[in-house]
Design a protein around this ligand. Structure first.
Ligand SMILES: CC(C)(COP(=O)(O)OP(=O)(O)OC[C@H]1O[C@@H](n2cnc3c(N)ncnc32)[C@H](O)[C@@H]1OP(=O)(O)O)[C@@H](O)C(=O)NCCC(=O)NCCS
Length: 406
């Protein structure tokens, strides 16, 4: 019987074989194009990041690892995003995604990644240890005629390479409200600009100008059939208000004969809030599926964030030893005068005052749910005694949003 074997592409033929897997799996969705852009344009990716399973000589399944940086507060996290996951229909249900996932995890561990993340299909990835933990796929919809009608003096021009620096400043400012957010390097801005794609999909982009300054920028797609303008990303500088930008978009959309405005921005975004105040319809978002690779390591990485939170709270200057019992093992944290001086993994711990299912903890750690929400949902996630307040201070619920960085 022929075996399934793991490999990474070496030659042009190997890459072509990977593209053919994507064709066989995704048909007209052009995942070949997405994979190929990673191969040809992504400044931080090389053959290491393409994972293939062969049956004999034939490539039959694949996925990609898109390296990126996210931030949690001011802590920098190295993230391995899993994408373009597929198995040729003739080789499904044979466990080849297990082979790929094991290799993916191994690579992520060996290369110092803090999180694995993906924006994938429901349920499937739970078996590999992923948890829904960061909001994803927002939608806010409003009729173009419900946007404000006013003169703003704002002009619109094509987004060029030269606009990247200021757009990046606007984006970084926009991201301040989010706990978990992505870092888009200038190289990635450049790649998106050159390829005209955002998160794997084509887009157009304009900048808003007023009196020689930049008032904002947006990335969008026009759907002529549905008469809709889909806004993928939008940033407003201090030079303009959400209302003014909405008025400019109304004018532009009307000129193109469009009737609907749809955005994928977080509902916490200023522009979304403005649309919602005008009666926009919002969805229930989906979520990124995330896996923390090494929990004690992750906690060590976010020490500055935890210390800051303690300092800003009633626990300022606290000295206390905390044991978080993750059931399989425990993490012992020493806090001395508000500073976390050690984080250690321990086995056979008897103290179960703070008992956290480690999978569920991902949701708490990334601010997706509050401690109390999780306690209501999961009997194996609980705080006894009087440590609840401190846990709430160290791990508050807070909105997050990932602006694509590829
Ligand atoms: C989803 C997909 C990648 C699964 O590939 P596969 O090679 O059949 O997966 P495996 O055989 O390694 O299955 C691993 C496990 O998942 C289960 N499984 C397979 N497809 C599943 C699905 N769609 N939903 C839930 N579980 C599934 C298998 O039964 C197996 O479980 P087991 O280990 O308990 O037996 C494949 O069906 C595919 O390419 N689908 C179309 C593209 C797609 O949806 N990609 C994901 C984009 S995010």
């Amino acid at each position: 019987m022929m075996e399934y074997t793991f490999s990474k592409p070496e030659t042009d033929e190997d890459y072509e074989a990977l593209y053919q897997v994507m064709d066989a799996v995704f048909g007209d969705e052009d995942v070949r194009g997405i994979t190929r852009r990673f191969v040809e344009h992504h400044p931080g990716m090389n053959k290491e990041h393409f994972f293939v399973v062969k049956h004999g000589d034939k490539a039959v399944a694949g996925l990609v690892l898109v390296p990126q940086e996210w931030k949690l507060g001011e802590a920098e996290l190295k993230v391995a995003e899993m994408g373009c996951v597929g198995t040729d229909p003739e080789h499904r249900r044979k466990g080849v995604q297990w082979i790929l996932n094991n290799e993916f995890d191994k690579y992520a561990k060996e290369n110092g990644f803090d999180l694995c993340a993906l924006a994938g299909i429901p349920y499937f990835y739970r078996q590999f240890g992923y948890q829904y933990a960061v909001e994803l796929d927002y939608s806010t919809e409003l009729k173009v005629e419900d946007l404000p009608n006013m003169d703003t003096g704002i002009k619109v021009e094509r987004f060029e390479e030269t606009h990247i620096d200021v757009a990046d400043e606007i984006l970084t400012k926009t991201q301040e409200r989010y706990l978990v957010r992505s870092v888009r390097t200038k190289d990635i801005w450049g790649m998106q600009q050159t390829t005209g794609t955002y998160g794997g999909e084509p887009y157009e982009a304009d900048v808003f100008t007023r009196g020689g300054g930049i008032a904002g920028y947006y990335r969008y797609v026009v759907d002529d059939e549905k008469k809709t303008i889909n806004i993928k990303e939008l940033g407003i500088s201090e030079n303009a208000s959400a209302e003014e930008i909405a008025a400019v978009i109304r004018k532009l959309a009307s000129e193109k004969g469009l009737a609907e405005l749809k955005t994928g921005l977080s509902h916490m975004d200023e522009f979304s809030k403005y649309l919602i105040s005008r009666g926009a319809k919002t969805n229930r978002p989906y979520a990124w599926q995330v896996k923390i690779i090494d929990l004690p390591g992750f906690l060590s990485k976010i020490i500055p964030v935890l210390e800051q939170r303690i300092e800003n709270s009633e626990y300022t200057g606290l000295s206390k030893d905390i044991t978080i019992n993750f059931w399989k093992y425990a993490v012992k944290m020493k806090i001395e005068e508000g500073k976390i001086t050690s984080i250690e993994k321990a086995f056979g711990e008897k103290d179960r005052t703070i008992g956290f299912n480690p999978y569920v903890f991902t949701k708490l750690a990334l601010g997706y749910k509050s401690r109390m929400e999780l306690e209501k949902m999961y009997p194996d996630f609980r705080v006894q005694g009087d440590s609840g307040g401190l846990i709430d201070v160290m791990f508050p619920k807070q909105p997050s949003y990932i602006h694509y960085s590829y």
